[in-house]
Design a binder for this molecule. Sequence first.
Ligand code: SF4
Length: 377
Amino acid sequence: MILDSFETRPTRFHDVSQDKWGSWIWQQQNRLRTPEDFDGVVNLSEPEVRAFIDASNMFKVAVTPHYAALMGQQPSCPIRQQSLPQVGELEVWPFELEDPLAEEQFMPVEGLTHRYPDRALLYVTHNCPVYCRHCTRKRKVANPATTSSNPQLDSALAYIADHDEIRDVIVSGGDPLSLSNARLATLLRRLREIDHLDVIRIGTRNPVTLPQRIDDELAQILAEHAPIYVHTHFNHPREVTTQSVTALQRMVSAGCVLGNQMVLMRGVNDDVETVLELNRLLLRHGCRPYYMLQCDMAQGITHFRTPIQTGLDIVAGLRGRIGGLGIPDFVVDLPGGGGKIELTPDYLVEERPHEAGRELRFRNYAGKEYTLVDVVR
Ligand code: SF4
């Protein structure tokens, strides 16, 4: 069942009108940041309180009332795990990296990573409505001192304009929809003016954590620069709310092409049924499951990491139960800037020589075996 966050709003917000609840500005201004703010929302467990005190110094806490309204009363609730500090964040592992994807190393100008020849990643802000505990960019997200200044953005855009091998720009952050509409409109206009760009993408978790942000005015801006490819970040079916569905519909109507990047996390979404339910909901509302990302080797998120085999088992379990549109690529972003690789289940059972090349025996999603002659000339 799809939740409506206004209907499930905690007692703390019972007096809030539907109009206020629907205002993204009100949602931003009333974010929950301290343990006391959660009175009348959830009863924090003792480990959550301890983690709040110790871990929030390392990475800020902010939760929109909308997202808080999705929390269950158990600490194992997937919404709580993703937004409330966890004791696992305090555990330090020697292999963890501050910048797991070496984004700073491939930064020719401040605020822009150019790793693959044809793509560039542009960081426009380090603010987000909710600070996700699994964030891979904890080193700078939530730190206002690292937000792009106008000259920094100018030089990043000049770099893109000077490099005609760049055909695809991903506007990222933080959450780019934390920018004002005016700044966003200017940014999209300036990107559209660069003739060699084929693709403009925006990576945002606002449809999940602050869906009210996708209002008519923003939809109009997106429509003016269509098609904008929007990567959403839904991790659990509980996050697909009435408000999120409205946000997705507005973006689809504005000509956006939607794809979801789910992060695979222990205890949050590391089973076939959860991913299947999420992906069915997303497809129903025009958002294609695009990536299922293995959690990076970032500091303070090891407690979320799952064995690689878990991701492979989920992909194999989805096959046969949902069409290919609902099966995301299971991707590992290699540490040190190696880039993304896609991992797939191994369906090959046996290989034998054949007069035309080789004979391959495969096992399908249902466990049945079939032989295919692979013609090799
Ligand atoms: S919205 Fe994205 S950038 Fe912001 S905290 Fe969450 S994962 Fe990190």
